[in-house]
Ligand binder design. Structure first.
Ligand SMILES: Cc1cc2nc3c(=O)[nH]c(=O)nc-3n(C[C@H](O)[C@H](O)[C@H](O)COP(=O)(O)OP(=O)(O)OC[C@H]3O[C@@H](n4cnc5c(N)ncnc54)[C@H](O)[C@@H]3O)c2cc1C
Length: 368
């Protein structure tokens, strides 16, 4: 048995894992079904936490990415009382997080892969996990196969359909953003505005059946809808092109198997509220690299079990946090709205509680 790791999927999770393994002296090879560089066409704009930045720095993939710092997060619910501010200065960090283009992140990871001399086999589809026979190559001769294929196989997924879609775009505002991010909960789902360059990146969640109509609006009509959804604290002057995504929760119960491990969206695909998806993936990946460094056989069952146990708390926490936020805030049920308002107010008045939420989002469940 070779001591190498096969990574199936050269998206951000697969590339970050290859770098983490390389950092710990473990050889890996990436296989991707698409041509190399396809991930650079990703239209998403991501919010990464301060903790994610620290991991990317260690992987040699942070420097040079154009990123806009988040100094404050303003959390509120539309048309209801209660709001809270989470501030970087209160948490003793230079920024709560950073907003960057997924395409720039992919380019930076790819450059680091080249610099590290890691093999990347493009246009090489591997038999998908959980779907025998569907594909060309298989990786059985590797010590470990890390599935980073970007989706949880249907037969192995626990699924929650929120009936929500997201429309992403950028928007210019009359007021400068002053590095403030807005998370505004509405009955249709959360609306996030993230400072990005001189503009805001928008994640506009809507009911799935209204998504085609929303995406089809012309610029002026979309801008007016966005303004109505957000309220009057900012004035929107121009919107960029829109791109839509279906949202939901899908996750695997077990993230390790016999000489197999699942990372990134192949382990769990989360709703983007609170921007947890790739942040959680990076924490998983860092821990996986550290754990595998302890043995000459990266596919060792005891090692994989140790990794899964080490990640259980943080993983469950991130999945549960995201799921609870979406389900608690995406409705107009009046008694619940009051409870939510009281919760946001309490969070604003109680610095330790606020700090708990902030550090949890920045560093995961082991931040204390
Ligand atoms: C609207 C939206 C907003 C988001 N915002 C945030 C955010 O603010 N912060 C955050 O942290 N996360 C966010 N996320 C989540 C984040 O985008 C994902 O966690 C991340 O893109 C997942 O990367 P990945 O590498 O796991 O998957 P992918 O990017 O899907 O990569 C999978 C790769 O595997 C390859 N592949 C697939 N099948 C095979 C096969 N059989 N053989 C070989 N190769 C294969 C594909 O070609 C692809 O290159 C958001 C997600 C959405 C939908």
């Amino acid at each position: 048995m070779a001591d190498k790791v096969a990574i199936v999927g050269g998206g951000p999770a697969g590339m970050a894992l290859a770098l983490a393994l390389h950092h710990h002296g473990i050889a890996a090879e990436i296989f991707d079904a698409r041509e190399r560089g396809a991930a650079r066409k990703d239209k998403r704009i991501l919010a990464l936490s301060y903790g994610a930045r620290q991991i990317l720095e260690r992987l040699g993939a942070w420097h040079g990415i154009p990123a806009t710092a988040i100094a404050t997060i303003h959390v509120s619910q539309r048309g209801r009382l209660g709001r809270t501010h989470i501030r970087a200065e209160d948490e003793g960090v230079p920024a709560l997080g950073y907003v960057l283009a997924a395409s720039d992140l992919a380019a930076s990871l790819d450059a680091a892969i080249t610099a590290a001399g890691i093999a990347y086999r493009e246009n090489e589809k591997v038999m998908r996990s959980g779907i025998p026979g569907d594909g060309a190559a298989d990786t059985a001769n590797f010590a470990l196969t890390a599935w980073a294929e970007g989706a949880v196989a249907e037969s192995e997924a626990t699924v929650r359909d929120y009936g929500q879609h997201a429309v992403l775009c950028t928007v210019a505002t009359r007021e400068p953003h002053r590095h403030v991010a807005w998370e505004r909960f509405t009955p249709d789902g959360p609306l996030a505005l993230l400072p990005f360059g001189n503009e805001y990146a928008v994640v506009f969640t809507c009911a799935a059946d209204g998504a085609p109509q929303l995406a089809a609006l012309d610029d002026d009509a979309f801008r007016a809808r966005l303004q109505a959804q957000f309220g009057t604290r900012l004035t929107f002057t121009a919107v960029g092109p829109r791109v839509g995504y279906a949202l939901g929760l899908r996750y695997r119960r077990d993230i390790v198997g016999e000489r197999q491990v699942w990372v990134g969206n192949a382990a769990q695909t989360l709703h983007p509220v609170a921007g947890q998806g790739f942040n959680l993936a990076l924490r998983d990946i860092w821990e996986l690299g550290r754990t595998l460094a302890d043995s000459p056989d990266p596919g060792d069952a005891a090692l994989l079990a140790r990794y899964a146990a080490a990640r259980r708390l943080d993983r469950r926490g991130a999945i549960g946090f995201t799921d609870t936020l979406v389900r608690t805030f995406s409705n107009d049920f009046a008694p619940l709205a009051h409870v939510r308002g009281a919760g946001l107010l309490a969070l604003d008045l109680l610095p330790p509680a606020r700090s708990f939420v902030a550090r949890r989002m920045m560093f995961g469940a082991r931040s204390w």
